[in-house]
Design a protein around this ligand. Structure first.
Ligand code: BG6
Length: 470
C-alpha cells in the first residue's frame, strides 16, 4: 500500500533504548549477587565474558545522564534475579533492591520511563542445579521473585516484560550457552521447560494485575515475519510451518492462553509435546498481557523440506541464523534483503510486515523492545565513532514503523538494541550495538570511558522532532 499521507508518530510514543542486566552491569559477584547460569557458562574462545561487561553497575548515574542527554523517553533494562534473591527463593538481598531502586529513581528524575524485563536469560545457577526450568518448582520460584519485584518497584514501574526471547532459549539454546560441564538439553526437555516458563509467565501477568494498579505487562519474544521461497505451494506450507513453530507457538499461549494448533500437532508427532497437568490450561487462559513486546532483527525465507540432513542449518547456535528441520522446513537465501557482517538478514520492510501480522492476530498494542545492528565500531581520533551504517539501519526501520502506524498498527514505542555498548550474547565485545561507545576491547578493559557515537546525536534529533526528521 502506498499512502498519500503517512501518519505522525503518536505524541506519547516511547522513544527508548534497551539493555539487559548481565550484558551491561558487570559486578557479577558483588553486593550479594549469586552466579546465574550465564556466569557459569563457557565463553566462546576469543570473546569477552560478562564479569565486568560495561561496568554499568558502578556507572549507572553517568549512563542515565547520557540517556537523558540523548532525550530517551524510556529505558528498557532487565533486573537480575540473582541480585534480588541470590538463592533463587527465600531471602531478599537488600543491596540488590537498593541498586535497582536507585537506578529507577535516577531514570524517573530524568523523565525516563523505566521498562523492566524481569528475566533476560539469567536463571540463578542454584536453581539450574535443581533442574532449572525443567523442574516445576521453578514456576513458583519465579512467581516469588515476581512478587518481590511488584512489591518493591510496582509503585514506580508501569511497564513490565515477563521473559525475554523465550523462543530463542527454546529454539536456539546454543546461543545462550550451557553451564560448564553440561550439554544442551534435548528438544523434549526444552519443550517441557517451555511449558513451565509459559505457566510462570501467565501466573506473573495475573499477579501483576492484582498487585500493581497501573501495571502493564507483556511477553517479549523474538518475532519476525517470513517469506516463502517461491510460489510453489509446498514452500508456502513449509513457511507456514516455520511461522507457527517459531513465533505463534509462543505468542498464542502468551496472549490467547492456547497452544497453536499447527505447532501442537508437530510437537505431538515428533513426541516433543509437554505433559499438561490438570489446571495448566486454565492458568494459561487466566494470564492476560496488556501489550505484546517484540524483538525484531531479521526475517526468514523458507522453502519446502528436502527431508534429508541438508535441511538442517549449520550455524544452529546463532539466534538469527534461521534454522531448518528435516521434514518440516529449510531456510533459504533471500536475494532482496541485505545482511550484516555477522550474517543477520537486514530487512526494514520485514518490520512493517511483522507489526501488521502481530497486530492483526492479537489486536494488542505493540512495543518494540529490540532492533539494531551489531558492528565492529571503530573509535577514531578525537573520540569520533562514525557509525553511519547504524543511522541508516535505524532510519530505514523507523520509516517502515511509521508506515505500519499508517497501516493502523498501534505501536507504543521503539527501544532499539542497545542504549550503550554491551557484551553480545555469544560474540563478545567487538560486536557493538550502542548509541554510546564504551572504551574497552575484548580483553583490555582500558578506561571504560563513555563516548557519544554519531548515531547518538542523530537519534537525539529523531526524538526531539518526534520522528518527523528521520
Ligand atoms: C537478542 C537478545 O536476541 O539479541 C539480546 O535479547 C542480544 O540479549 C541481541 O544481545 C543481539 O544479539 P547478539 O548475539 O548479537 O548479542
Amino acid at each position: 500500500m502506498i499512502y498519500t499521507n503517512t501518519k505522525d508518530f503518536p505524541k506519547s510514543f516511547l522513544w527508548g533504548a534497551s539493555t539487559s542486566a548481565y550484558q551491561v552491569e558487570g559486578a557479577w559477584n558483588e553486593d550479594g549477587k549469586s552466579p546465574s547460569i550465564i556466569d557459569m557458562c563457557n565463553h566462546p574462545e576469543g570473546t569477552a565474558d560478562f564479569k565486568i561487561a560495561s561496568d554499568h553497575y558502578h556507572r549507572y548515574k553517568e549512563d542515565v545522564k547520557l540517556f537523558a542527554e540523548m532525550g530517551l523517553k524510556a529505558y528498557r533494562f532487565s533486573i537480575a534475579w540473582t541480585r534480588i534473591i541470590p538463592y533463587g527463593v527465600g531471602e531478599i538481598n537488600e543491596k540488590g533492591i537498593n541498586f535497582y531502586n536507585d537506578l529507577i529513581d535516577e531514570l524517573i528524575k530524568n523523565n525516563i520511563e523505566p521498562i523492566v524485563t524481569m528475566y533476560h536469560f539469567d536463571l540463578p545457577y542454584v536453581l539450574e542445579q535443581k533442574g532449572g526450568w525443567g523442574n516445576r518448582d521453578t514456576i513458583n520460584a519465579f512467581l516469588g521473585y515476581a512478587k518481590v519485584l511488584f512489591e518493591r518497584f510496582g509503585s514506580k514501574v508501569k511497564y513490565w516484560l515477563t521473559i525475554n526471547e523465550q523462543n530463542t532459549m527454546i529454539l536456539h539454546p546454543g546461543a545462550i550457552g550451557t553451564p560448564k560441564g553440561s550439554t544442551l538439553p534435548s528438544k523434549k526437555e526444552l519443550y517441557k521447560q517451555n511449558h513451565h516458563m509459559l505457566l510462570a509467565q501467565a501466573l506473573t501477568m495475573k499477579l501483576c494485575h492484582e498487585m500493581c494498579a497501573n501495571g502493564k505487562i507483556g511477553p517479549a519474544l523474538n518475532t519476525t515475519a517470513m517469506y516463502q521461497d517461491t510460489s510453489n505451494p509446498d514452500d508456502a506450507i513449509a513457511a507456514h510451518n516455520w511461522e507457527s513453530i517459531r513465533c505463534w507457538n509462543f505468542l498464542d499461549v502468551a496472549v490467547k492462553g492456547v497452544y497453536n494448533p499447527l505447532a501442537w500437532s508437530y510437537l505431538v508427532d515428533r513426541k516433543l509435546a509437554p505433559t499438561i497437568q490438570d489446571g495448566d490450561m486454565e492458568i494459561l487462559k487466566n494470564g492476560k498481557p496488556d501489550f505484546v513486546a517484540i524483538n525484531y532483527y531479521s526475517t526468514a525465507t523458507i522453502a519446502a523440506s528436502k527431508n534429508d540432513a541438508s535441511d538442517v542449518s549449520a550455524r544452529a547456535g546463532d539466534q538469527q541464523i534461521m534454522l531448518g528441520e528435516q521434514g518440516v522446513y529449510r531456510a533459504t537465501e533471500n536475494p532482496y534483503v541485505g545482511k550484516t557482517k555477522y550474517g543477520w538478514v537486514v530487512d526494514p520492510v520485514g518490520l512493517r510486515m511483522t507489526l501488521r501480522k502481530v497486530y492483526e492476530r492479537y489486536n494488542l498494542p505493540i512495543l518494540i523492545t529490540e532492533n539494531g545492528i551489531g558492528a565492529p565500531d571503530v573509535l577514531e581520533e578525537d573520540d569520533i565513532v562514525n557509525d553511519d551504517y547504524r543511522i541508516e539501519y535505524i532510519k530505514k526501520h523507523l520509516e517502515q514503523l511509521q508506515l505500519a502506524i499508517t497501516d493502523g498498527v498501534d505501536v507504543m514505542g521503539y527501544c532499539p538494541w542497545s542504549a550503550i555498548d554491551v557484551v553480545s550474547t555469544h560474540q563478545g565485545y567487538g560486536k557493538r550495538y550502542g548509541f554510546i561507545y564504551v572504551d574497552r576491547d575484548e580483553f583490555d578493559l582500558k578506561d571504560l570511558r563513555r563516548i557519544k557515537k554519531k548515531s547518538f546525536y542523530w537519534y537525539k534529533n529523531v526524538i526531539v522532532t518526534n520522528g518527523s526528521d528521520l
